[in-house]
Ligand binder design. Structure first.
Ligand code: PHE
Length: 345
C-alpha cells in the first residue's frame, strides 16, 4: 500500500509537471484527488490494515494528497501568470506606430466663394437675407417692375409651377420681400445668396440651376457713386488690388439707371487676350439704382429714399478667379476637380 501511494504521488506530480494549461491541470486534480480517484481507493482498503499500520498509512496518504495538491496549486499560479502575460503581449500597443490618417473633406469651391463674398460684405456692415426658391410671380417679377406681359420677362425663361408660382429666376425677389418687411423705413443693407433656376440648355457657360448673390442698400442719400465705390472694393478684394472696374449702361426693369459691371482682365492686365475676347474687360455683374416703382411697391417713399442693387453669379466669379472653363464642373462633382480646392481658404 505504501508503495502504491508513493507510485501515485510520482505519477501525479509528473502529470502536473507536464500540464500545458489550466484545463489539463484540472483534469489531473479530478483524476487524483477526486472522490473516485486512486488515493480514495487506497484509503478505502485501510480497513484490512492492523491498528498500528493504520495511522502510519493514514498520515502517508494525507501527505501524498497534500503534496499533489500543493504541486497543483503552484502550477496553477504559474499557468495563470503565463496566461496574463500572453494576453498582455498580444494586446501591446506600439505608441510609436504612425496613426491612421483621418480622411478630411473640403468645402465645395462654390461654397467657399459664396462664403468669401458673404464675409466681405458682412465686413462692410451688410446682413444676410434669404427667401424661398419656390417663389410667387408677384415677388419674382411684378414687385420688381415686371408686370404680366412685360417683354423683359423673356430675358429669364422660367420654370412655372402654377400661373402664380415659379422657381425663382433670380435672387431679386428677396429684395422686394426684405423691403416690404422694413415697412418704409431705412436703412436696408443686405446681401441675399441662394439658388436660382432658369429654363436654359446646359453648356459650358449655362446651367438650368445656378447661384446668385443679390445686394441691396436703401437709405436716404444713396447715390450711384456709393454703388461704384462698393463694387470697386468688392472687385479688388476678390480678384486683387491691381484690378479695375468699369460701368457700362444697361437695362434691368427694376433699376434705373442700370449698369453692367466689368472687371479688368486678369490674364492680360487689360491689353486684350482670348479670355477677355480682346476687350481687356470681363463682365461680372448687373447693377443699378433701385427703380422708384420698386421702392414704392415695397412701401418706401421714393422721394425720401433711394437705393442701389446688384446681382452676381458666384459660379462666374469662381470661374474667373480660378480659371475654371466649364460651369458644369460645379455640379458633376468629379472629386479630381473638387480636390484641387481643398487648400483654398
Ligand atoms: N436680377 C438680375 C439678374 O438676375 C441681376 C440684377 C440684380 C441686376 C440687381 C440689377 C440689380 O439678371
Amino acid at each position: 500500500m505504501q508503495e502504491r501511494l508513493q507510485e501515485l504521488k510520482q505519477e501525479a506530480l509528473q502529470k502536473v509537471e507536464v500540464a500545458l494549461d489550466l484545463k489539463q491541470l484540472n483534469e489531473v486534480r479530478v483524476a487524483y484527488l477526486g472522490k473516485k480517484g486512486p488515493i480514495t481507493e487506497v484509503l478505502r482498503g485501510m480497513g484490512t490494515l492492523s491498528a498500528e499500520e493504520r495511522p502510519i498509512m493514514g498520515a502517508l496518504a494525507n501527505e501524498v494528497r497534500e503534496a499533489i495538491s500543493t504541486a497543483i496549486q503552484e502550477k496553477q499560479d504559474i499557468l495563470e501568470k503565463e496566461a496574463v502575460a500572453k494576453k498582455l503581449a498580444s494586446e501591446t500597443i506600439d505608441v510609436t506606430l504612425p496613426g491612421r490618417p483621418v480622411k478630411v473633406g473640403g468645402a465645395h469651391p462654390l461654397t467657399k466663394v459664396i462664403e468669401e463674398i458673404e464675409d466681405l460684405f458682412i465686413g462692410m456692415g451688410y446682413t444676410i437675407a434669404e427667401g424661398p426658391e419656390v417663389e410667387r410671380d408677384y415677388y419674382n417679377f411684378e414687385a420688381l417692375n415686371l408686370p404680366k406681359g412685360h417683354p423683359a420677362r423673356d430675358m429669364q425663361d422660367s420654370f412655372y409651377i402654377t400661373d402664380e408660382i415659379l422657381l425663382r429666376t433670380h435672387t431679386s425677389p428677396v429684395q422686394a420681400r426684405t423691403m416690404e418687411k422694413h415697412e418704409g423705413k431705412g436703412p436696408v443693407k443686405i446681401i441675399c445668396p441662394g439658388k436660382v433656376y432658369r429654363r436654359d440648355n446646359d453648356d459650358a457657360t449655362h446651367s438650368h440651376q445656378f447661384t446668385q448673390i443679390e445686394g441691396l442698400v436703401v437709405d436716404k442719400n444713396i447715390r450711384m457713386s456709393d454703388l461704384k465705390g462698393t463694387l470697386e472694393v468688392f472687385a479688388k478684394k476678390m480678384f486683387g488690388d491691381e484690378r479695375e472696374i468699369r460701368l457700362r449702361p444697361s437695362f434691368f426693369p427694376f433699376t434705373e439707371p442700370s449698369v453692367e459691371v466689368d472687371v479688368s482682365c486678369g490674364m492680360c492686365g487689360g491689353n486684350g487676350c482670348s479670355i477677355c475676347k480682346g476687350t481687356g474687360w470681363i463682365e461680372i455683374l448687373g447693377a443699378g439704382m433701385v427703380h422708384p416703382n420698386v421702392l414704392e411697391m415695397a412701401g418706401f417713399d421714393s422721394k425720401v429714399y433711394t437705393g442701389f442693387a446688384f446681382g452676381m453669379g458666384p459660379e462666374r466669379i469662381a470661374m474667373l478667379k480660378y480659371g475654371i472653363d466649364d460651369i458644369r464642373h460645379f455640379y458633376t462633382n468629379d472629386v479630381r476637380f473638387l480636390q484641387q480646392f481643398k487648400q483654398v481658404k
